[in-house]
Design a protein around this ligand. Structure first.
Ligand SMILES: Cc1cc2nc3c(=O)[nH]c(=O)nc-3n(C[C@H](O)[C@H](O)[C@H](O)COP(=O)(O)OP(=O)(O)OC[C@H]3O[C@@H](n4cnc5c(N)ncnc54)[C@H](O)[C@@H]3O)c2cc1C
Length: 497
């Protein structure tokens, strides 16, 4: 199931014209883009290191139009790359020059809010924040809150199993979705999960969540809604060194506390953000933690008292608690604006997404400081610390090929260290194109083959988002970092590599 074309290949204009003629019959007016000036905005997601122009961009407005586009492409052997808002950070919707980029952004209706069942059923292009906005009159909200929530779509969230600041307490996308409806590459309807607590047959819901657009095109999602907390306060704690801050995170969780949010920023990150957002961060601290408590006023006061006691015992040099809702929002505004702030101080940034055991956060930060010296690039760090999920932001100049190469090598070293420290190469941004080769370190060839077998079960033609997330064993062998258990390759034909 190799990619049906080589990245960087040029667009075959005759094929493009013939396919455009067929697709135009099933798409609305202005629902098909083919001129370079129109397709250019779709050449990448927020991982701008990888860019490829699609042959065509299809912008359907209904599920039936999506189905008909898929059928036409399937019949003609044309690969399809699904796309939501394009805010992904791993190149998951990077298009193919001989393929169709299928955007579901225009399927953007909230179909049903059921306040009694506490669910919302929405089309795939509904923005994450729009779900909470629609549910707010009922005192409900959709809990997973990626920092990109004003733009990213629910289908993109499902496809990446997106997380956010409040996922420590309320769970990731996978814990907050009840049912996903989609279409396979040949246009067949598939449904995962149900609106009930259990579904008949094998429970494949978790399989489609995080499947990076490779199993089915999502056309409808039912999510759980939770009561909006009455009250929240946020603690900002300062630390004199990053290792102590990292240990404090482990101490909080170890004390049996599950804050609504538990985030960490190092000094390089607070100093980058502060001039932009004026969040009131302690710029002398080597690292700060933001810890949120939510619930009834009594629950919040009780948890704040416990959290501040643990933080002080763990070595915090300063502890400040938000005194108003405006101050709480200001503390978070700084954290949520970390990525845009990076864009403000550097021509480009490369956001990494490894996950490591919480107790090893400090160790990782020290290693990253070493890597900054080795590669000659700055790297502010923000973390979903409670989840052990790192977001090092490698700053570089994308007009300088040397810096691009160093940024990529820096990123690979962080991911490999994440695996060595007992973690994983992705926390919430997916594998996409970006980390596909690190899958060779993370998984054995047998495990990768099982993942490919799942892909084949849903997409035997291998046409749906074909060159993402699961590397072929030959690519791993060429990469030279095949994870081998027991000292022997399981597939004898690979021994020659
Ligand atoms: C500033 C910024 C902050 C961010 N913060 C966070 C964060 O806190 N937490 C987090 O988890 N992520 C974060 N992200 C990453 C990104 O926003 C998420 O991965 C998000 O889920 C992507 O949604 P999207 O609609 O933009 O999807 P896209 O980028 O368009 O696509 C992402 C993947 O979903 C697939 N896909 C899209 N639509 C469909 C569909 N209809 N059917 C099947 N597959 C589909 C694509 O093929 C691709 O593999 C951030 C990104 C930015 C730029």
């Amino acid at each position: 199931m190799n990619a049906p074309n080589a990245p960087g290949a040029t667009i075959d204009r005759d094929r493009q014209r013939a396919l455009a003629r067929a697709l135009r019959t099933v798409l609305p007016r202005r629902g098909l883009l083919y001129r370079e000036e129109d397709t250019r905005p779709y050449e990448c997601d927020a991982l701008t290191l990888h860019r490829r122009l699609p042959m065509l961009v299809a912008l359907p407005e209904t599920g039936e139009q999506v189905r008909r586009v898929l059928r036409i492409c399937h019949e003609r052997g044309v690969p399809v790359v699904p796309r939501g808002a394009g805010t992904g950070l791993s190149g998951g919707c990077t298009p193919l020059p001989d393929g169709v980029l299928l955007s579901t952004a225009k399927l953007n209706r909230v179909l049903r809010i059921d306040p009694l069942a506490r669910t919302a059923t929405v089309e795939p292009g509904v923005r994450n924040l729009a779900i909470s906005e629609a549910a707010a009159p009922h005192g409900l909200h959709y809990a997973p809150d990626p920092s990109s929530q004003i733009a990213c779509t629910i289908a993109g969230n499902v496809a990446e199993n997106a997380g956010g600041v409040h996922c420590l307490k309320y769970g990731l996308t996978v814990h907050n979705v009840l049912r996903v409806r989609g279409l396979t590459m040949d246009g067949e309807v598939v449904e995962f999960g149900s609106e009930a607590l259990d579904a008949p047959g094998l429970d494949l819901l978790a399989l489609v969540i995080g499947s990076e657009g490779m199993l089915a095109v999502i056309t409808e999602v039912t999510v759980k809604l939770l009561p909006t907390p009455q009250f929240a306060r946020c603690v900002m704690a300062s630390f004199g060194d990053v290792v102590t801050a990292g240990h404090a995170v482990a101490e909080i969780i170890g004390a049996g506390l599950i804050p609504a949010g538990l985030e960490m920023m190092d000094q390089s990150a607070t100093r980058m953000v502060e001039p932009f957002v004026h969040a009131g961060y302690d710029l002398d601290a080597a690292a700060i933690l933001l810890v949120e408590a939510d619930g009834t006023p009594e629950e919040v006061e009780d948890q704040i008292a416990q959290v501040t006691a643990v933080l002080r015992r763990a070595g915090a040099t300063r502890v400040a608690v938000s005194e108003s809702e405006a101050e709480r929002l200001r503390f978070w505004a700084g954290r949520k604006a970390a990525f845009p702030s990076a864009g403000r101080v550097s021509p480009a940034y490369y956001c990494m997404d490894g996950t490591i055991p919480r107790k090893r956060l400090g160790e990782m930060l020290l290693a990253i400081q070493e890597m900054e010296r080795k590669y000659g690039l700055r790297c502010p760090n923000v973390f979903h610390a409670g989840d052990g999920n790192l977001h090092p932001l490698i700053l570089f100049d994308d007009s300088d090929p040397g810096q691009i190469a160093r940024a990529e090598a820096f990123g690979v070293e962080i991911l490999e260290l994440s695996v060595t420290l007992g973690g994983t190469i992705t926390g919430e941004h997916g594998v996409g194109l970006e980390k596909i080769m690190q899958m060779c370190n993370q998984f054995t060839p047998q495990e990768l083959e099982r993942l490919r077998a799942i892909k084949r079960a849903f997409d035997p033609s291998g046409l749906l988002n074909p060159d993402k997330a699961i590397p072929s064993l030959h690519r791993c062998a060429e990469y030279g970092r095949m994870k081998v258990v027991g000292g022997k390759l399981p597939f004898p034909e690979l021994e020659r590599f």
